[in-house]
Design a protein around this ligand. Structure first.
Ligand SMILES: [Zn+2]
Length: 414
């Protein structure tokens, strides 16, 4: 690199979720996309730009551990039928919104592909860095099957559509090949719908997804690719079954109980609760055309949400910040902070989108922290989010500066 890109953030109070108090009087040097130095003493560099952050907070860029950037409507069956070009255009808009809320990394749980990921990395799309699984899998009639009760067409026509967040595959060997195809195509982990869901029409939330043999095979295939299986799991029974079969990341976990939470913990697995999607669907789902059979399922997973956080915390489970938002509801992305703050200590809520999120994504030391050699993914907050977490909401209104990989995305400071 010929021109060095240097920024210095001085007199910052750093909040990363590791403590209930900010770390103040910090000085941070960013060079060529990475954090080079974090010091208690003022740093003098000859080039670059210095930001005096007195009275403001410096945080690692936020991480959403469960999102869908290609979910352009709450009607996921319709989403799958949209032209790829339109889905791409809408996904660009969705990703821009995420970045401007301060989310510099997104783990996509179904839909985003290697093309979108590459376009972000090449700077063609202004969006958060993407960690992808490709398509999320379910069996026939499961959570990736959006055909209605009377639709018997083969789902093969959807398998390559960008707007199809999942694919329907049955049987150990067909699923093995499908997983290998996704990994070959750039998937960084494997997503299985191992439990029923809300948005899909014919799978009640208490149904199990996939046979144990299918899940165990997926775990083996993931391990061969040096990665893990993430499971869409609501009920305690499905979580116990998934953990027993080797699933290492539990998505949603809304109907967890003490036994299931302790199983997650003792397996060394992690959880990504997603409360805000159910709150958002409760408020706006029907007006946005959410099918009636889905709307009827919302309260069953919305009402136990806060209790599930307490159960997971008591068991000592690492929790990542997840939102799972769809279509017009992406605007609620930062409100997960406010929901969790009702029952968890504020610094732990923040940690779920920083240090703990990095653990979920297996990117510790690279993202979610302010430390030497980490990507320079940084946000500046007006005030202290440890005493007022709503500063992270309002579509980034209280976040005057956003940097991703050392590149300035937003700068309303100077
Ligand atoms: Zn999801």
């Amino acid at each position: 690199m010929t021109d060095e890109q240097i920024s210095v953030f001085s007199n910052a109070c750093v909040v990363d979720g590791s403590s209930a108090e900010p770390y103040c009087d910090k000085h941070v040097l960013v060079r060529n996309g990475k954090i080079e130095e974090v010091s208690d003493h003022p740093l003098s560099v000859s080039a670059g730009h210095t930001f005096d952050l007195r009275g403001k907070t410096l945080m690692p860029g936020l991480i959403d551990c469960h999102a869908h950037v290609v979910a352009t409507t709450v009607r996921l069956g319709d989403n799958a039928l949209l032209p790829d070009s339109l889905v791409t255009a809408k996904a660009i808009h969705i990703m821009h919104g995420m970045l401007m809320r301060g989310f510099t990394t997104i783990r996509d749980l179904g839909g985003a592909d290697f093309g979108l990921q590459t376009a972000v990395e090449e700077g063609l799309i202004l969006g958060p860095r993407l960690v992808i699984c490709g398509k999320g899998f379910s069996q026939t009639g499961g959570h990736s099957d959006f055909r209605g009760r009377y639709d018997t067409r083969d789902t093969a026509y959807l398998q390559t559509k960008l707007g199809a967040m999942g694919a329907v595959v049955d049987g150990v060997e067909p699923l093995r090949k499908a997983i290998r195809e996704q990994i070959k195509g750039g998937a960084q982990f494997v997503k299985l719908m191992a439990n029923g869901g809300v948005a899909s029409p014919t799978d009640p939330v208490n149904f199990f997804g996939f046979s144990r043999d299918e899940i165990r095979m997926a775990v083996e295939e993931a391990a061969m690719a040096q990665t893990y299986v993430s499971g869409h799991l609501y009920t305690a029974e499905s979580i116990l079954r998934g953990i027993e079969c080797g699933i290492e990341c539990v998505e949603h976990s809304t109907l967890v109980n003490t036994e299931a939470a302790e199983a997650i913990k003792s397996a060394g697995a992690v959880a990504v609760p997603t409360l805000v999607i159910f709150e958002a669907l409760h408020r706006e789902g029907e007006a946005l055309g959410l099918p009636a059979e889905s709307a009827a399922k919302i309260d069953g997973v919305r009402l136990p949400g806060l209790q599930s956080l307490e159960t997971l915390k008591t068991a000592g489970v690492i929790m990542g910040y997840g939102t799972d938002l769809l279509g017009e509801l992406h605007k609620y992305q930062s409100e997960e902070f406010l929901l969790r703050d009702q029952v968890l200590p504020t610094h732990e809520v923040i940690r779920s989108a920083t240090l703990d999120a990095a653990k979920v994504l297996r990117m510790e030391g690279q993202i979610g922290c302010i430390a030497p050699d980490a990507f320079a993914d940084l946000i500046v907050v007006d005030g202290n989010p440890l005493t007022d977490i709503s500063l992270l909401a309002d579509q980034g209104a209280h976040i005057p500066l956003i940097m991703k990989g050392g590149a300035m995305v937003k700068n309303a400071l100077n």
